[in-house]
Structure formats: structure tokens, C-alpha cells
Ligand binder design. Sequence first.
Ligand code: PAF
Length: 280
Amino acid sequence: MTPPVLRTLPDLRAATAPWRARAESIGVVPTMGALHDGHLSLVEAARAACDRVIVTIFVNPRQFNDPADLDDYPRTEAADAAKLARFGIDLLYVPDAEQIYPPRFATSVTVAGLTDVLCGAHRPGHFDGVATVVAKLFLQTGATDAFFGEKDFQQLQVVRRMAVDLDIPVAVHGCPTIREIDGLAMSSRNLLLSDRARTRAPRLHAEMEEIARGLAQGRAFDALRREAVARLEAAGFTRVDYLEIRANDDLGLLDAPTRPARLFAAAWLAGVRLIDNIPL
Ligand code: PAF
């Protein structure tokens, strides 16, 4: 059965009040819809860990720095609800924009430091939009637990920092990236790739794995990076925004994984920006 859909905050509050009164755990999976197996793995994790599960779908205008990107973002609510049917979730919360940003809304949540680098440096305002909407979704749902994919590792760390800094009592869980059989990280944006671009897209992950192998053999990151960028360009990637080793905890830049670290990449292919990261 498809889950009950609620669209207003008063309805959400009324539905969750008895759960809170009984001190049940409430697991929330925030999404922008266009659900794929990556999202569904988060729903599965929430279902296994929590008494109640809420999935949210809200295409958040404040985290898009390009209006065309917001217009193009896939919106597939009926298909999303059908995909959720087998998980027995308690609620699908699909707020309209007024529930999140009512008239005269004037507050923005900024997480400093972590957002200066990687996607934050290339998408001004993006993480303010993410931190603001996620804070609101945590507070509106009364989440005790929240589930995010490591595919957006910077987002995961920003959300963790925000929840701790604002004393929002929610445990933020990071779940492993789910990949297509050819290695491409699952993402709603993959729907925007042409057939031709889709066949080339896995190259990004392949080059990242090649760099990880080179590092394990003791090769210098600089040379490995230059070679990978050249091969990506030859494969049709038009721009590499970043290809960097950064520490897991503070996202500090490293030239080798001398402490727990990941390799992060963002690159453009046929007008679509792909991001990925792998542990080193
Ligand atoms: O990862 C996403 O889909 C979004 O950034 C999120 C966390 C739902 C906030 O809008």
C-alpha cells in the first residue's frame, strides 16, 4: 500500500503527536524526490532502526543556485509513493512551499567552515539552503533519527554540525553510497543524462578508483590527479570542479590520506554536474 501523504504542518504535527507522547523513535529520510535505490536504502535503514518512519519530499528552491537547475529537477511524486509502498513507512510528508517558507520567512542557517570548500565553493548559498530546510524538517517532524547518504558526504557533515550546534536532539546516520552496476553513484540527477552521456558517466568513479590504487602504491596525488583529469576530458567531461583528498571530519585539504580521508570529485558531463566520493 502506498503511504499516507500529508502536505501541511498542522496535519504532520497531529499525526506525530501520539508517537511523541509514547516516546517512540521517529526516523526521517529527507529527500527531494525522484527516488532511486540509494534513497530506498536509507528508508530500509530507518525502518530497521526506528519505531516510526517519515520520508519527506520537498524540492527546496533555496538550495538551487541556478534557476534552470531548479526547473529541470525531476518531480515524480506518484512514482515515488509507489516505490515506497513495500517499506511500510508511516508517512510521506510532501509540504508545499508555504509550509517551509511561510510569508515573511527571514531566517537562514549558515554552517561556517565546512561549507567553504568542495560544493560550497562552487555553489554559493547551496549549503545555507540545505541547512535551513533540514533544520526545519527535523523540527517539524520531531525526528529522533535522520538518514543521509554518504554520496553527499559534505552535506552529511554539514547537517551533523548544524544539529549539534543548534541542540536539535536528532541522531544523524550516514549510509553507504549505492552504485549502479557500472559504478556510477546513484543520484536523481542521473535521470538528466542523455543515453550517450550515461554510458560515459561511470568514468568518473573509475578514475577515482584508479587514483585510490595509485595512492595505495605510493604514487604522488598531484600526478595521479593530472592524469585522471586528462582522461576525463578525453572522455567528454567538460569541466572538473574539484578532485581532492579531504579529511573526513573537518574536510581539510590533504595531499595524501594521512588521516581518515576521502577522495571527492565534481565534474560536468553534457550539462549535468556529477559528484562522488570514495573512502581512501
Ligand atoms: O540530499 C537531498 O536530497 C537534499 O539536499 C535534502 C537533504 C533533502 C535537503 O533538501
